[in-house]
Design a protein. Structure first.
Length: 262
DNA sequence: ATGACCGTCTCAGACGGA
């Protein structure tokens, strides 16, 4: 299976680049974040013309997540929302079973400032995510493996940050956030798929639009695909498609592609 | 290339993003 996760920063603005990705990679599944797309405006027809269908969780102008799959692959048992999240109107979590894998697309709250109300919401969201993957792990009757993909808004280690000193007082790097990523992995029996094949490399998935950060190599690795441990030996490729951060109307995030043998 | 972001909702400027 080939799975892509991509924070598109508006599906409406990014649709040409999304269709480009579908044509180039022909992925089985694409997890999208920040669709910023009302239900009525969701581009189902354009995706269908490309041979894909989708389930979508919308909050209107902000956030929004979707799971897109090849039309031949059913999107079974879709569930929107995360039990225990403090803001259940923000559309940050969606699940569906695709090809025997329980796939989740998530957009973790940014947190803005350490200690702010939204930072508290971010930590609570990560706690709720850990509880949810623990439940999915234990009650999976058929033992469906998990793929939790999305924009976690946490850089798991200092190597995932272009300048750790510059982030000394920032969100995305605190012990509180990183320990919750570790707890999420533990709760779900998951591994960070990117690190399975590249244990040490400094490679990023997000670069600020401002000040030429992309061209200066100043980014963060905050987009992750977390897979059940039993999938780890089957991983064939986990790569960041940097070219999608270039060209006409790029998102500030690059797609992350994970491929494993079925 | 010596300056410097993008998208949303609304229509000049706020708000969110990380």
């Amino acid at each position: 299976m080939q799975l892509v996760t991509w924070n598109v920063n508006s599906l409406k603005m990014r649709l040409p680049r999304v269709l480009e990705l579908l044509a180039e990679h022909a992925p089985d599944v694409v997890c999208l974040q920040e669709t910023k797309c009302e239900d009525a405006a969701f581009p189902a027809d354009e995706l269908a013309a490309a041979g894909y269908h989708a389930v979508h969780h919308s909050a209107g102008r902000w956030a929004g997540v979707a799971i897109v799959a090849r039309a031949e692959l059913a999107l079974e048992d879709p569930v929107s929302g995360l039990p225990g999240e403090l803001r259940d109107d923000e559309a940050r979590w969606i699940e569906a079973t695709v090809g025997g894998v329980r796939v989740i697309s998530t957009y973790v709250p940014n947190g803005r400032e350490v200690g702010s109300p939204t930072f508290v919401e971010k930590l609570a969201f990560l706690d709720a995510a850990a509880a949810r993957v623990s439940a999915l792990r234990s009650d999976g009757g058929g033992g469906a493996p998990l793929a939790v993909a999305g924009d976690f808004n946490v850089a798991p280690a200092d190597v995932d940050v272009y300048d750790p000193a510059a982030f000394a007082t920032s969100t995305h790097v605190t012990g509180e956030e990183r320990s919750r990523i570790d707890a999420l992995l533990q709760a779900g029996g998951l591994v960070d798929a990117y690190r399975v094949l590249d244990p040490d490399g400094a490679h990023f998935t997000w670069w600020d639009y401002r000040q030429g950060h992309f061209h200066r190599g100043l980014g963060l690795r905050i987009d992750l695909v977390l897979v059940s441990q039993r999938l780890a030996p089957a991983l064939e490729r986990v790569g960041i498609e940097r070219d999608y951060r270039k060209g006409t109307k790029p998102s500030d995030h690059a797609p992350l592609v994970a491929q494993w043998a079925d």
